[in-house]
Ligand binder design. Structure first.
Ligand SMILES: Nc1ncnc2c1ncn2[C@@H]1O[C@H](COP(=O)(O)OP(=O)(O)OP(=O)(O)O)[C@@H](O)[C@H]1O
Length: 253
């Protein structure tokens, strides 16, 4: 069953048409990558789903809700069910690993509870458990500015997981990481989808990584979906269609 349906989505920034009539759906538990050249609209597309960017036209249905029609209160509830991971982590660096993780609970709290940092014992236990699973037991009380890039991104995953999300949107999660940290992060994300059944929608620059980890790949060029298929179907011809002139060094041997 589709957890997410994106129908006829278009987005126009002032002078730029970033998305044109984008259609696709994602099943529960699926791991889907979105690939495409720089400026293709990948980030805009991901951000339209949780309305960090407002689409101009179309429909998005997530878990039965018509996302684009939600009022402020219901949008907040929806966002609690959708985690997000960013290229530059978006952590509060002067705070500790566990505090940043617990920030994932803020969507479930009143403003005053949030400001006072009131978390239940159960929430704290869950934070410790998640951090242990992500190999961060030793770092729990460290400030986030003391961490490596790979560790910071694992805190980003922890913060998303403590939301108990149905889906995680990942916007270039490994674009700032070296290959070995990238592998650790991608392995954790794959685990999140396969073991925990959480749907992952991941923007990626690296075609080889998308092929290795995804159940399905969506290729975007100039704001349009030009490929939607399995990793096996992504041959060199399709890579040319997605990347155009940039395809040269991406070709698979
Ligand atoms: N806030 C904005 N205002 C105006 N134009 C924007 C804005 N955000 C993005 N754009 C433009 O919309 C297009 C799509 O941008 P977007 O960031 O979604 O692409 P992308 O595929 O994620 O690129 P990259 O891989 O480089 O991150 C680009 O032409 C970009 O310049």
């Amino acid at each position: 069953m589709a957890l997410l349906e994106v129908k006829n989505i278009s987005k126009q920034y002032k002078n730029t048409k970033a998305l044109s009539d984008v259609n696709f759906s994602v099943k529960e538990g699926e791991f889907v990558s979105i690939i495409g050249p720089s400026g293709a609209g990948k980030s805009t597309l991901l951000r339209c789903i949780n309305r960090m960017v407002e689409a101009n036209y179309g429909e998005i249905i997530f878990d039965g809700s018509h996302v684009l029609n939600l009022n402020k209160k219901d949008l907040r509830k929806l966002r609690a069910k959708i985690g997000m991971i960013f290229q530059h982590y978006n952590l509060v660096y002067r705070l500790s690993v566990v505090e940043n993780t617990l920030h994932g609970r803020l969507g479930y709290k009143s403003t005053i509870e949030g400001i006072m940092g009131r978390y239940t014992e159960e929430e704290k236990k869950q934070a410790f458990d998640i951090l242990e699973k992500l190999g961060l037991s030793e770092e729990v009380f460290k400030r986030c500015d003391e961490l490596s890039g790979g560790q910071k991104q694992r805190v980003g995953i922890a913060r998303a997981l403590i939301q108990n999300p149905k889906m995680i949107l990942c916007d270039e999660p490994i674009a700032s990481l070296d290959p070995s940290s990238s592998k650790v992060i991608m392995d954790h994300l794959k685990n999140v989808s396969k073991e925990m059944g959480i749907t992952c929608l991941v923007n990626l620059h690296q075609v080889d990584v998308a092929i290795k980890y995804s159940d399905r790949i969506i290729g975007v060029n100039s704001g349009k979906v030009v490929f939607d298929g399995s990793p096996e179907e992504l041959n060199n011809e399709k890579i040319y269609e997605i990347y155009g002139a940039e395809a040269g060094n991406l070709i698979i041997d």
